[in-house]
Ligand binder design. Structure first.
Ligand SMILES: CC(C)(COP(=O)(O)OP(=O)(O)OC[C@H]1O[C@@H](n2cnc3c(N)ncnc32)[C@H](O)[C@@H]1OP(=O)(O)O)[C@@H](O)C(=O)NCCC(=O)NCCS
Length: 190
């Protein structure tokens, strides 16, 4: 669906279950994720939902797997949730075996570009635990700024930080469908 210098971002397939389970089952990866670690069965059912989910309006979620162009290995995933105010919330989970090379930064940059150019979102936010240093560093590397600090609604005692891009475009004055260039990802499934 999208390509960068080193990566391809695409819809999940059934054959991706083992590669995604390899990192989603790791406690160190799940440490800051409210969903916790995933079983093999849960990984399989989540991927089949992601494979057919549409991304056309508020409440929709798009999750794309990130693979290396060179070897086709799956290294992680990025997601966008369509919010009701003309913005989107980004999420990202990567396999630490491929960490420290800027791959997550490259993938998130691509999805931020698509958020602006493909879907016309006015801005993108990211909410991360305040003590999740790699995640906060990623946001800051991409020019996002911290706009609020709050208690996590679903995890007592956990402090979260919300980061936001500078405005990507003028806020929408009309219905999302009328934005030039905005398209439903349903149309571009592989
Ligand atoms: C958040 C997460 C994706 C960050 O992973 P990461 O490996 O730090 O990120 P990147 O792949 O962009 O790599 C960045 C590192 O590569 C280095 N790097 C090397 N080449 C680079 C390049 N071309 N561009 C950018 N950074 C580069 C950076 O300096 C940085 O190194 P550092 O960690 O020593 O500072 C990862 O920690 C993760 O998946 N965590 C678990 C899930 C999670 O908590 N998600 C967030 C929930 S909100």
């Amino acid at each position: 669906m999208f390509e960068t210098t080193r990566l391809r971002l695409r819809r999940p397939r059934e054959s991706d279950v083992a590669a995604v389970f390899a990192y989603r089952s790791r406690p160190d990866v799940a440490r800051h994720l409210s969903a916790g670690t995933w079983t093999l069965e849960h990984t399989s059912s989540e991927l089949s939902l992601y494979a057919r989910a549409q991304f056309c309006g508020p409440g929709d979620e798009l999750v794309l797997l990130v693979e290396l162009l060179e070897t086709s290995e799956v290294v992680g995933e990025v997601g966008l949730v369509w919010l009701s105010d003309g913005s989107a919330e980004i999420g990202y989970v990567f396999n630490p075996d491929f960490g420290g090379k800027g791959l997550a930064t490259e993938a998130v940059r691509a999805i931020l570009d698509a958020a602006r150019d493909t879907w016309g979102f006015a801005r993108v936010i990211a909410t991360t635990d305040s003590d999740n240093e790699p995640s906060r560093a990623l946001c800051e590397r991409l020019g996002m700024v911290r706009v609020s600090i709050q208690h996590a609604a679903d995890r007592p005692g956990v402090e979260e930080s919300t980061y936001a891009t500078p405005p990507l475009r003028e806020p929408l004055a009309s219905a999302p469908d009328s934005v030039p260039g905005r398209r439903c990802v349903d149309e571009c499934r592989e």
